[in-house]
Design a protein around this ligand. Sequence first.
Ligand code: PLP
Length: 355
Amino acid sequence: MTLFTVGPVEMDAETRQLGGQALPYFRTAEFSNKVLELEANLKALLGTAASSKVALLTASGTAGMEAAVMNVFTDKDRVIVVNGGGFGARFSEMLAVQGVPYTELKLAFGEVLTAAHFDAFEGGGYTGLLVNLHETTTGQLYPIELISRFAKSAGLTLVVDAISTFLADPYYMDEWGIDVSIVSSHKGLALPPAISAVVVNEKTWLERVRRAAPPCLYFRLADYFDNIRRGQTPYTPAVGVLLQMHQRLLRLRETGLPALLDRVGGLAEDFRRRLRGLPNFRLPDYPLSNALTPVICLNQNAQEVFRRALAEASLVLTPAGGEMADFLLRVGHLGELQSADNERLIQFLDSFATS
Ligand SMILES: *Cc1c(COP(=O)(O)O)cnc(C)c1O
């Protein structure tokens, strides 16, 4: 079975080997030192200062999104949500649940986010902006320079769900003026699902999160920030996945981020070049992340392609949901995939189209 998914993705041998080990107890100096090292490496890879704060939540990425919403915004805010797909819609639902006033910047499928979209929000009294930088449901990568410029000029607190763009595309949290970043273990990090990190810069900690009173205990970020100073979490974490994350980040620091981005970008480019030769499939026109390629099935047979790729070739593609289910498939490039895997998938798609 080969996973062309966006998460979980193919894990490397070291990660899998570590996953088979017995778990240590975690309230120890040895474990704390690993968490502190993990925290420093994560900040370095995100491009944020040592003064930023990291919360390691044992929860899926959605919990990271919700923790950010609950600890950064209140009913006194007015938040803009970029909603160009399922994950943007999820942020809106969270704001509604939390009673935070918000307005959607809504994009139809295939609509490219441009400066003109932000003009309508100019001078509207907004205080925050929420965006899934790579909207994984469609594969559109939004233009961070533009988002960042708008947020800065309007004085907005910028919260970025970077879950599927981190370690696939360049990401410079501080340089881009991003106040809060959310990442997860099972996407670019290629680890099992379990850990989500919410990373908050010092300014947003001091001005917002420190004073937050979210209506729950488990997602109170201040408690996580307090505990991580000694390399700990307030509650029992996914110990094994934290150890895998510690090791994986160490290795990424050694090989360097550019090498990893080159690898993922190279796989994406290789797949797209091969796909352009197939008559029944097309790439969309909007900007794409290296994390995945959205494939438009001109014969409206996306669900059949997904089923048969799995049954006949053990290739696991990522189906699309809702209105896109018949015409869109997604092909992931994260994790331990090789160019030979792309070749096998293209061969399958080619034979499928002519059978
Ligand atoms: C995967 C993903 C999430 C998190 O989804 P979970 O199923 O809760 O882990 C959030 N945002 C984006 C953009 C994602 O790709």
